[in-house]
Ligand binder design. Structure first.
Ligand code: NI
Length: 166
């Protein structure tokens, strides 16, 4: 397993649309392992392939304290069950040092494939619902700062450029 480099905002590659995964092969499993390792190393709770410059629809999430509960979502499709919004303070491994309160629908149903290509469907609430929406946004080239005002986003952009994290 290897630790991959995480793209930092405002790297333009973070805006790419990720493509549907067609082959559930050994290569995919290696990518998933590397993503899990990278997320753990960066102490994150979720990582989308887009963030490591791989433009395929792959997401890994682990909300456990000790990284004992890895969850894999390939080609996730989302439907909103409850439009009531929940607010969470969100952060992103691609925008280090920035945390903002973001409101998102509180209950979602996700249909996705696991690493073997087997399709599953599950309902998510709370932090998990927020996290998966944040990660699906990444696959569509969207970042949580896009929900903020243009002025606030501009300030974050300047701060990121100054820190030379890119
Ligand atoms: Ni993120």
């Amino acid at each position: 397993m290897s630790i991959l480099q995480i793209l930092k905002y405002p790297n333009p590659n973070l805006r790419q649309q990720a493509k549907t995964v067609e082959k559930f092969d050994q290569n995919l499993k290696l990518t998933i392992d590397d993503m899990l390792e990278t997320m753990k190393d960066a102490k994150g709770i979720g990582l989308a392939a887009t963030q490591v410059d791989i433009h395929s629809r792959i997401i890994v999430i682990d909300l456990s304290e000790d990284y004992s509960d890895p969850q894999i979502f390939i080609n996730p499709e989302m439907s909103i069950v409850d439009k009531t919004l929940s607010a969470y303070t969100e952060g992103c491994l691609s925008i280090p040092g920035v945390q903002e309160n973001i409101e998102r629908p509180s209950v979602v149903i996700i249909t996705a494939s696991d690493a073997n290509g087997d399709i599953f469907k599950a309902e998510y609430t709370g932090l998990m619902a927020t996290c998966i929406q944040h990660e699906i946004d990444h696959l569509n080239g969207k970042l949580f700062v896009d929900y903020l005002s243009p002025l606030k986003r501009q300030l974050i952009r300047k701060k990121m450029k100054k820190s030379k994290a890119n």
